[in-house]
Design a protein around this ligand. Sequence first.
Ligand code: BV8
Length: 256
Amino acid sequence: MVDEILIQKVADLLHNSRHLVILTGAGVSKESGVPTFRDAMDGLWARFDPQQLATASAFKENPKLVWDWYEYRRGMVRDAKPNPGHVALAELEKRLPNVIVITQNVDDLHEQAGSINVVHLHGKIAQTKCFYNCQGDPTLVDVSTLTWDKESGPPPCPHCGRWLRPDVVWFGEILPAEALDAAHTASALCDVMMVVGTSGLVNPAASFPLYARSRGAQIIEVNPQPTPITDIAHLHLEGPSGEVLPRVLNAVLERA
Ligand code: BV8
């Protein structure tokens, strides 16, 4: 259980923040039943490495395998609901002057919980686009309007007939320019950054806390485990976000 003194210190920082960035990773969705990126591989997917599957080369080599993996993950996200951690973050956005959520997650649980100002660095698993963006980047397609032989793999693009793919950023692909700019600007301007539920292994997302700190921001980390970000955090709340964040929110509300 995180020490109450730490909770109060974090609440002071958040209550007095003028520009708060909340950087989240898969850990914030864990208590919604969505496995984290690195432990998503159970059952028939256990023999695959997510880092290998989440690549354009894996998709080109075996489009059906990669498409089916995302269908499996979409199913888990579809059944998930926001947990008290997501809800607490959305409430902080309502109560504090300037809050932005920058997420590595491809689910929409922040939005479902009520967060408005959300930037998705790695795309959205519920969206599908033409692999070649034949009508412009991104060429989004509503798959629910399509019928195709699911045994054959991904649906064909209705415009060019080639593959459709999940609208997510794969390893080796550049992040959406707009999202990257928003994250960079917010990290430069914030006076507090709270990093929740990320292993801090994936770049460029993992570089934002150090950048924010170099610009004078106070860094808070919420994670049951130590990560490479723990070393640069001013405060580390060692616990699950679904338990810790509601306690932090309550302490902030006491200061209102
Ligand atoms: C890029 C979408 C420029 C897909 C994801 C060689 C060639 C090319 C690039 C590279 C290269 N070498 C390195 C790179 C850069 C590479 C990278 O960082 N690789 C690392 C892994 C070595 N990055 C890229 O390729 C990026 N693009 O650099 O473009 C470029 C382009 C070409 C050539 C050169 C450079 C693109 C990265 C985006 C990859 N896509 N997702 C999909 O989801 O399928 S990343 C994927 O990992 C997920 O989005 C996930 O969010 C993200 C990060 O993982 P985490 O969120 O941290 O999740 P994880 O499971 O790791 O950890 C969970 C954490 O939660 C743990 O700490 C755990 O303790 C904690 N936790 C558990 N329970 C709880 C909890 N916390 C709180 N509460 C709990 N209850």
